[in-house]
Write a protein that binds this ligand. Structure first.
Ligand SMILES: [Zn+2]
Ligand SMILES: [Zn+2]
Length: 250
């Protein structure tokens, strides 16, 4: 295969290490297509070169998202899109990264920081999303990941951490409700995926009790945040294994 190696200087940053310029976008596209849009490689290149980061945000993360979760992507975009150019990177990260709780002041059941980590493959479910929204938001579409299990976290027990995204969040009932109820933003933490502010869903009746049943979590331990772009990050305390089978006796 003959690659046309046209070189472009990195015009975005004086600190870019690519002093000799870049191969063209078309060539870069072919290279990454060959690597099946390897997200770790995209992330590594993006961190050292602004030109590449900008290209990845516009093109490569989009291809990665469509390759990794085609049905979810089609659905998220089926009635117009709130996912504009820059957000493909956030969405790509959401698919493959459990942000955990790097500083211990996000969730009431986590007091010791838990570092974020890559996750090889995660299932995102609309059905699980339904159980996490209050009745007045039932028509909203929310994709939520299976819990990432962080087991045996000392006093904090077994934790389930989940993440997700609302479809068309700007026009969702959830956003309307958060504004009407004057939900509060976390004072200093931001969304780990897109860096916008986080609404905390801790006021009464914002999270239905069905959430803890679906997540196999202790009652009332489920909490989550929604960012201005509709990403969610949440946590719950998982039921001990021995209890989750048959717990009906009092
Ligand atoms: Zn995790
Ligand atoms: Zn976000």
């Amino acid at each position: 295969m003959e690659l046309v190696v046209k070189r472009y200087r990195c015009t975005h940053s004086a600190t870019c290490v690519c002093l000799k310029g870049h191969i063209s976008e078309d060539a870069m596209y072919l290279v990454f297509e060959h690597m099946k849009w390897n997200p770790k490689m995209i992330a590594i290149f993006s961190s050292v070169c602004k030109w590449f980061d900008e290209f990845a945000k516009r093109v490569l993360w989009k291809e990665f998202c469509h390759a990794r979760a085609p049905k979810m992507m089609t659905d998220l975009h089926s009635d117009g899109s709130h996912i504009v150019d820059g957000n493909w990177k956030a969405l790509g990260k959401l698919l493959i990264y459990c942000s955990a709780c790097p500083r211990g002041d996000l969730f009431s059941n986590i007091h010791v920081p838990i570092p974020g980590h890559f996750v090889y493959r995660t299932r995102f479910s609309r059905t699980l999303g339904k159980s996490l929204v209050p009745p007045q938001c039932k028509s909203d579409v929310l994709y939520v990941s299976d819990s990432c299990e962080h087991l045996d976290q000392g006093e904090e027990g077994d934790l389930g951490l989940f993440r997700g995204i609302f479809k068309s969040f700007a026009g969702s009932n959830m956003k309307k409700m958060l504004i009407e109820r004057q939900a509060t933003f976390h004072p200093n933490e931001v969304c780990p995926y897109c860096k916008t502010k986080l609404w905390h869903l801790m006021q009464p009746n914002m999270i239905p009790s069905s959430a803890s049943v679906r997540l196999d979590a202790d009652d009332d331990s489920v909490e989550y945040y929604v960012c201005l772009n509709g990403h969610i990050i949440g946590s719950c305390t998982l039921m001990p294994y021995s209890d989750s089978e048959d717990t009906k006796e009092e």
